[in-house]
Every structure is written in structure tokens, then in C-alpha cells.
Design a protein around this ligand. Structure first.
Ligand SMILES: Nc1ncnc2c1ncn2[C@@H]1O[C@H](COP(=O)(O)OP(=O)(O)OP(=O)(O)O)[C@@H](O)[C@H]1O
Ligand SMILES: [Mg+2]
Length: 187
């Protein structure tokens, strides 16, 4: 069995988009999963929100339109990699359902595997974790447009998986996403 681009079946890749609020656990899960997959011999690329935004979308802000363009750009890069047998993990907030749907459709059009994981940590827990002190700064009036606080987050209606990190260890969450990849033939 071969992939459409001729990549041997054992190199099958795909994209896993981890969407959720700031401090939900997207980066933590993606990093943990990437390490595990690499140890198993998979080719893995993590496209993390802050880093990729600086590289691909430095001119963009955080309006609905700019967030949409940023998500679509990342989705395009992810699809290219996925087509070439890479397992692409994308821990990026992606607050708008329409942008997420566009990325899913792009993958379908290119014949690349795709799964959406909602890292569904409740806002109160995220605000309490506040890894980057964003919630505190928003509450203090030092920044605005923070997803979940004073900017929209459209909760995924039909994700491939919902992860409730507030009830799990990091390892349990990583294993849950790993099981999805196996079930969907992404790794
Ligand atoms: N089960 C779990 N899964 C993931 N993270 C967890 C879990 N339990 C606790 N945490 C903690 O929650 C925090 C999540 O921070 P992380 O940077 O991964 O969030 P994020 O979703 O990437 O946020 P941002 O959108 O701001 O980048 C970490 O401190 C992590 O240790
Ligand atoms: Mg992150």
C-alpha cells in the first residue's frame, strides 16, 4: 500500500490540531506526544502557536480576520508536511470554527489525514494555571483580546477527541491523544 505521493505506508503521517484556551495544555501535550512518537521512529513536526506566528504571520494581529489568516497559513504548512509522511502536531488556539473547518477541508482536498483534538480545560482552570500570566494581565487591564477572557472561543462541536486535562495527569492526556492517532492511522 502506498500513499498518493508514493510515500511508503509505514511513513503515513497526518495532522493533529490541538485547539483550546490559553493554558489549556496544548503545548504540553504536543511536546510530550512528540517525544514519544520520535522515540518510536516517527517523523514529527510540532507547529506551536507563538513560534509559528513569529515566523509566518509576524505582520498579523489578533483580530478575527488576522487570526483566521494565521490559522489557514499554519494549516497549509501542516498539510504539506502531512502529505510527505510527517506526523504534524499543531498546538494552536484556533478560536474560530470556520477557520478550523477550512483547515480540515484543505487536508481532505489534498488527501492528508487530519484530526481535531479539543483540549477542553475549563476557563477557570486555565486562568488559575495562567502559564504566561496572560489572564492576570488581562484582568489588570494590561492587555485585551485574550481568547476566553475578552475575545471569543468557539467551542468545537464535533471534535475527534475531547481531552479533559483538569482530571488527568499530563501522561494520561498524552496517552489519550496517542490512542486517537493509532485509531485513525496517523502514526
Ligand atoms: N493533563 C494535563 N495535560 C496538559 N497540561 C497539563 C495537564 N495537567 C496540568 N497541566 C499543566 O497545564 C499547563 C498547560 O500549559 P501549556 O503551555 O501547555 O498551555 P497551552 O494550551 O499551550 O497555552 P497557550 O495557548 O497559552 O500556548 C502546564 O503547566 C501543564 O503542566
Ligand atoms: Mg502553547
Amino acid at each position: 500500500m502506498s500513499e498518493p505521493n508514493g510515500t511508503p505506508a509505514e511513513w503515513q503521517g497526518g495532522t493533529v490540531w490541538l485547539t483550546g484556551l490559553p493554558s489549556a495544555g496544548k503545548t504540553t501535550i504536543a511536546t510530550g506526544l512528540a517525544g514519544r512518537l520520535r522515540a518510536e521512529g516517527h517523523r514529527v513536526q510540532v507547529l506551536d502557536g507563538d513560534e509559528v506566528r513569529a515566523a509566518l504571520s509576524a505582520e498579523l494581529g489578533f483580530s478575527k480576520e488576522d487570526r483566521d489568516v494565521n490559522v489557514r497559513r499554519i494549516g497549509y504548512v501542516a498539510a504539506l508536511l502531512a502529505e510527505h509522511g510527517v506526523t504534524v502536531l499543531v498546538p494552536v488556539i484556533a478560536p474560530y470554527a470556520q477557520s478550523r473547518a477550512a483547515v480540515r477541508e484543505l487536508h481532505a482536498a489534498r488527501g492528508a489525514r487530519y484530526a481535531e483534538v479539543h483540549v477542553a480545560t475549563p476557563l477557570e482552570v486555565c486562568a488559575d494555571r495562567d502559564v504566561k500570566s496572560l489572564y492576570a494581565r488581562q484582568a489588570a487591564g494590561e492587555l485585551s483580546g485574550l481568547t476566553g477572557a475578552d475575545d471569543p472561543y468557539e467551542v468545537p462541536v464535533d471534535p475527534d477527541l475531547r481531552v479533559h486535562t483538569q482530571d488527568q495527569t499530563v501522561d494520561e492526556s498524552v496517552r489519550q491523544v496517542r490512542a486517537l492517532l493509532t485509531a485513525r492511522g496517523l502514526s
